[in-house]
Ligand binder design. Structure first.
Ligand code: C5P
Length: 399
């Protein structure tokens, strides 16, 4: 799968740089052409001679070759590549990438690269979990870079925890997966709602629910990896933005309704995954409600039904899908919602299925079609469930 793929391997100053030798060899064995770009501190850990003899190419580190004065064009290099992989990526390099601090050849190449970028962090446990590193990785994700999460285990510092660079074979697998994923939704615009909504009672209190957003985010990730242009309208969640996805953050059902109705006319497919609050307080108190001894009444009024509103303006050719989470009369209720909201299909997940609930990593679904056909799937990870839903939609398109 990596045959003839041109890969820039960026190596930085981490003890894990020794693994980059195996990584270069693994990529080459799988058919890739590898050009190493190493930072000055990377050279303290691994010699360019080892890398150039492996890759059969001179290792690039400086803007100029010292003795010949030859200039290395980071722009040409950036355009040459089918992928750029920075492994190991130190906290310092990640920070420079996040902020565009172009003070070495690797960062200038990164800024010039149009190809997909993969980043395999390697650092000490405490550095990895520091808010600064978390924020920088989040920024890289928002640029569409793919983060290959470090593994857990013994670290060079003697500490145990997350921070070890992922193993070379697994990194190569990740690149292979990227190149092999069919781009069957290329050119399609997909809108997804995800997560809960918060309905404000006063400045510090709200009505919400336990939705984690994981299912919707998994669907967004799966669509993006198949080439779709994805807009993710997200309620308050703690999840990172999937690579290459445009995220619109909202809080209340009304805000979600506004974003969804604005984006829907331009979408080919909409998957309504959000757990939208059905009611909101009629009034939001401007100041914090004080404790008192009398009973308190909170008047709730219905929120707009986003899915149903989109169902009303749906044009021929647009696909609109919804979710149903039921505790009783599951199928009957789901079929009723499918009709009422004018959906093309509904994904039923049951509260009765243990382990397949809000916040979990797994889900067990049944898809009910417009014509009433039912397809049931076993319990799977939410990313595998997302794949099933996308395969189902491919079937609608006859792909
Ligand atoms: O009616 P119920 O809330 O059970 O319907 C669930 C489906 O409708 C989900 O797809 C959910 O995202 C969507 N929905 C919505 N707006 C609401 C309520 C639900 O889009 N106000």
């Amino acid at each position: 799968m990596l045959k003839n793929k041109k890969i820039i391997l960026g190596i930085t100053g981490s003890i894990a740089a020794y693994k980059a030798v195996y990584l270069a060899r693994t990529l080459i064995k799988r058919g890739a052409e590898v050009q190493v770009v190493i930072t000055p501190s990377g050279k303290e850990f691994i010699t360019p001679v080892t890398l150039s003899s492996l890759t059969q190419k001179p290792v690039i580190s400086e803007f100029f070759t010292a003795n010949t004065g030859e200039w290395h064009s980071h722009v040409d290099l950036g355009l040459w590549a089918d992928a750029m992989l920075i492994a190991p990526a130190t906290a310092s390099t990640i920070a420079k990438m996040a902020n565009g601090v172009a003070d070495n050849m690797l960062i200038t190449t990164y800024l010039s690269a149009r190809a997909p970028v993969f980043v395999a962090p390697a650092m000490d446990f405490d550095m990895y979990r520091h808010p600064s590193t978390r924020r920088n990785l989040e920024l890289l994700r928002s640029y569409g870079n793919h983060i290959i999460e470090p593994a857990e285990g013994a670290l060079a510092s003697g500490l145990e925890g997350k921070g070890r660079m992922e193993e070379p074979e697994k990194i190569a697998d990740e690149l292979e997966r990227f190149f092999s994923a069919s781009k069957s939704f290329f050119g399609k615009k997909v809108m997804i709602t995800a997560g809960p909504t918060y309905e404000k009672i006063d400045p510090v209190r709200f009505i919400g629910n336990y939705s984690s957003g994981k299912m919707g985010y998994a669907i967004a990730t799966a669509f993006a990896s198949r080439g779709a242009e994805v807009t993710l309208i997200s309620g308050p969640v703690t999840l990172p933005t999937p690579a290459g996805v445009k995220r619109i953050d909202v809080e209340s059902a009304k805000e979600m309704y506004k974003a969804a109705t604005e984006n829907f006319p331009d979408s080919d497919i909409a998957v309504m995954c959000a757990a939208v609050a059905d009611f909101a307080p009629e009034q939001t108190n401007a100041t914090k409600i004080k404790r008192g001894n009398a009973d308190m009444m909170l008047k709730l009024i219905p929120n707009p039904d986003i899915a149903a509103s989109l169902g009303q303006i749906k044009k021929p050719g647009q696909i609109l899908a919804g979710f149903a989470l039921e505790s009783d009369n599951e199928e009957e209720n789901a079929r009723h919602k499918l009709e009422k909201k004018n959906l093309d299909f509904i994904v039923l997940n049951s509260l009765a299925d243990k382990g397949a609930c809000f916040g979990g990593d797994n889900n067990k679904i049944t898809i009910i079609s417009r014509t009433g056909e039912k397809t049931s799937y076993p319990m799977k990870s939410k990313s595998a469930v997302a794949d099933d839903i996308i395969t189902y939609i491919s079937g609608i398109y006859g792909k």
